[in-house]
Write a protein that binds this ligand. Structure first.
Ligand SMILES: Nc1nc(=O)c2c([nH]1)NC[C@@H]1CN(c3ccc(C(=O)N[C@@H](CCC(=O)O)C(=O)O)cc3)C=[N+]21
Length: 275
C-alpha cells in the first residue's frame, strides 16, 4: 500500500510557484477568507490557509463573522472585499450557518476574485472546459493522482458526494481525464455495490468513516476528501485503518487532500493577481 501523502505534492507545486511570487515581492499578492459561524472544517481550513499564505509571502485578510451574523452583515463583508483593490482573491468558506442564503451571497462574489470557483460564471467555464477558476479541493485530488502517476484513463472512478465544491467538479475533471465516472450520494440505494466497482474511489460525502473495507475493491486507489470530527480527532470519510490493507494507495487524513488544497489555493490567488 502506498500512502499518498499530500506534502510531497504540495512541495512540488510550491517550488514552481515560489519563484514567480518572489518576482512580485513580499505581501503584495493578497487573499481574503470569509469565515461565518462555527463549522469545524471551515475553521480548520481558515487556520491552515492563513499559515500557508503568510509563510508563502502572501498578504492575508481574515473576515470573521459570528454564527448570529445576518445576511446583510455577511453581504456587506463580501462587498468590502470585492471593492478592495488590494485583495486579489476571496475564499468564502462553506458551510455557513443555515440561516444564511449562500447562493445569493455567492452571486455577489466578483468572478475575477472567485479563487475557489464558486460562482455560476466560473462553474460554467469549468463545465464547458473553457478555463475559469475550479474548486481547489477538486484540483487537489487531480494533483495527487498526477503527482503519483496514477492514470485515470480507462479506470472506473466512483465519486461519493455531489457537492458543488467537490463532488460535481471532481467528477467532471476525472471525466475530462477519460475516466468512466459514477456519482454516488445520500440517495444511492446500493452504495456498497457501486463503490466496490471503483478502481479509483473519491470519498467526499462528509460523514466520518462511512466508507468501510467491505466496500473497496482490492487494489483500488482511495482519495479521502472528508474532514470530520470524531471523538475529538479529525478523521476522513474513509475508515483508514481498515481500508489501508485492501487499497493499493490511499490518502491519509490529515496530511492528504487538505494539505494540497491550500497549495491549489496559492496557485489560484496568483492567477487572480495576474488576471
Ligand atoms: N469554499 C470552500 N472550499 C473548501 O475547499 C472548503 C470549504 N469551503 N470549507 C471547509 C472545507 C474544509 N477544507 C479544508 C482544507 C484544507 C485543510 C488542511 O489544510 N488540512 C491539513 C492540516 C491538518 C492538520 O494538520 O491538522 C491536512 O489535511 O493535512 C483542512 C480543511 C476545505 N474546505
Amino acid at each position: 500500500m502506498i500512502e499518498l501523502r499530500g506534502k510531497a505534492v504540495a512541495d512540488a507545486h510550491k517550488a514552481i510557484l515560489q519563484e514567480k511570487v518572489a518576482a512580485v515581492g513580499d505581501s503584495v499578492i493578497t487573499m481574503a477568507v470569509l469565515l461565518v459561524g462555527e463549522d469545524h472544517g471551515a475553521h480548520m481550513y481558515a487556520t491552515f490557509m492563513e499559515k500557508t499564505a503568510k509563510n508563502f509571502g502572501y498578504g492575508f485578510v481574515l473576515k470573521q463573522l459570528p454564527e448570529t451574523a445576518t445576511q446583510d452583515e455577511v453581504v456587506a463583508a463580501l462587498q468590502e472585499l470585492n471593492n478592495d483593490a488590494a485583495v486579489h482573491g476571496i475564499l468564502p468558506l462553506m458551510p455557513m450557518p443555515k440561516h444564511i442564503d449562500t447562493e445569493a451571497l455567492i452571486d455577489m462574489l466578483d468572478p475575477k476574485k472567485d479563487i475557489d470557483g464558486l460562482t455560476t460564471y466560473n462553474i460554467g467555464l469549468v463545465t464547458a472546459g473553457k478555463g475559469g477558476f475550479a474548486p481547489c479541493t477538486a484540483k487537489a485530488c487531480m494533483a495527487i493522482l498526477n503527482h503519483y502517476d496514477i492514470p485515470v484513463e480507462g479506470k472506473h472512478v466512483v465519486v461519493i458526494g455531489r457537492s458543488q465544491v467537490i463532488g460535481k467538479p471532481v467528477a467532471l475533471m476525472t471525466l475530462g481525464a477519460h475516466g468512466t465516472v459514477t456519482m454516488c450520494h445520500s440517495r444511492t440505494p446500493d452504495l456498497a455495490e457501486q463503490v466496490k466497482r471503483g478502481d479509483i474511489v473519491i470519498a467526499a460525502a462528509g460523514r466520518a468513516h462511512m466508507i468501510t473495507a467491505d466496500m473497496i475493491k482490492p487494489g483500488a486507489v482511495v482519495i479521502d476528501v472528508g474532514i470530520n470530527e470524531l471523538e475529538g480527532k479529525t478523521v476522513g470519510d474513509v475508515d483508514y485503518e481498515a481500508v489501508k490493507d485492501i487499497a493499493s494507495a490511499i490518502t491519509p487524513v490529515p496530511g492528504g487532500v487538505g494539505s494540497v488544497t491550500t497549495t491549489m489555493m496559492l496557485e489560484a490567488v496568483y492567477e487572480a493577481y495576474h488576471a
